[in-house]
Design a protein around this ligand. Structure first.
Ligand code: PGA
Length: 265
């Protein structure tokens, strides 16, 4: 795959590195300190788009610290209704009003809490309609020898994007996150070859649903125990357009090393 056709027009040759802070850190003070340490580095990197997705309570404050567009803030989830009696939920407009420009949708930890394919599809539609950038997470819980996992991932994508219109794809990012490789209890790490195999599958599904051109313009990220040691492999050999980083994104030293690596690829 040549670099020229592979990379998204809006990202140019940039790598997209997303930090998913999950339910950490415990205090706003720590969140600000971590964000500022990352922003300092990220602001100097021409070839990387950095996105930090903190717990929702920190989004607004961190967004105030954003200057320029190299390091921005996103949310870990969003709701599909525009407003009304939905206790605990947050709308796309509310996120946009506090300058969150990305939303992770369909993370496996959220799916495990009961989020359905139908809900994910509604969230994707509403977010893309409002021109929010969507990071759609897909990935299997285990691999098998018969390729069942590839059908599972293809179905996740088809279901999430069934009602998406072609022009809306400019704001779509897909993150491949094999569940078996996520978190400190991960079975074993994924290899760049695992990531590449599924990114080719993802592009094939997009080509069948939309077009070849769309398939090559949507950034496909890898996530699951990505860190400063393996980032280079996933970004070069694995041909990932970027990374979705959990634990290592809370450690500015490690995360900044990932940013530096991505910048130099
Ligand atoms: P991890 O999490 O990097 O801690 O494995 C990744 C994710 O769940 O997005």
């Amino acid at each position: 795959m040549s670099k020229i056709i592979k990379n998204n027009i809006s990202y140019g040759m940039k790598k997209l590195i997303v930090g998913n802070w999950k339910m950490a850190p415990d205090t706003l003070k720590q969140a600000e300190a971590t964000f500022l340490a990352i922003k300092k580095k990220a602001s100097n990197l021409r070839n990387v788009q950095t996105v930090i997705c903190p717990p929702i309570v920190y989004v607004e404050t961190l967004a105030w610290h954003v200057s320029g567009h190299r390091c921005v803030v996103g949310a870990q989830n969003v709701f599909y209704e525009k407003g009304g009696a939905f206790t605990g939920e947050i709308s796309v407009k509310q996120l946009a009003s506090v300058k969150a420009s990305y939303a992770i949708i369909g993370h496996s930890e959220h799916r495990a809490m009961g989020e359905t394919d139908e809900e994910i599809s509604k969230k994707v539609i509403v977010a893309l309609k409002e021109k929010m950038k969507v990071i759609l997470c897909v990935g299997e819980s285990k691999r098998d020898d018969h390729g069942e996992y590839t059908r599972f991932i293809a179905e996740q994508i088809k279901s999430a994007l069934a009602q998406v219109k072609k022009p809306q794809l400019v704001n779509l990012v897909i993150a491949y996150e094999p569940i078996w490789a996520i978190g400190k209890d991960a079975d074993h790490p994924a290899t760049p070859a695992d990531a590449l195999e599924v990114s080719i599958l993802i592009r094939k599904v997009i080509a069948d649903m939309f077009s070849k051109k769309d398939a090559f313009s949507i950034p496909v990220l890898y996530g699951g125990s990505a860190d400063d040691k393996n980032a280079k492999g996933f970004l070069s050999e694995g041909e990932a357009d970027g990374l979705l980083v959990g634990r290592a994104s809370l450690n500015p030293k490690k995360f900044n090393a990932i940013l530096e690596t991505a910048n130099n690829i």
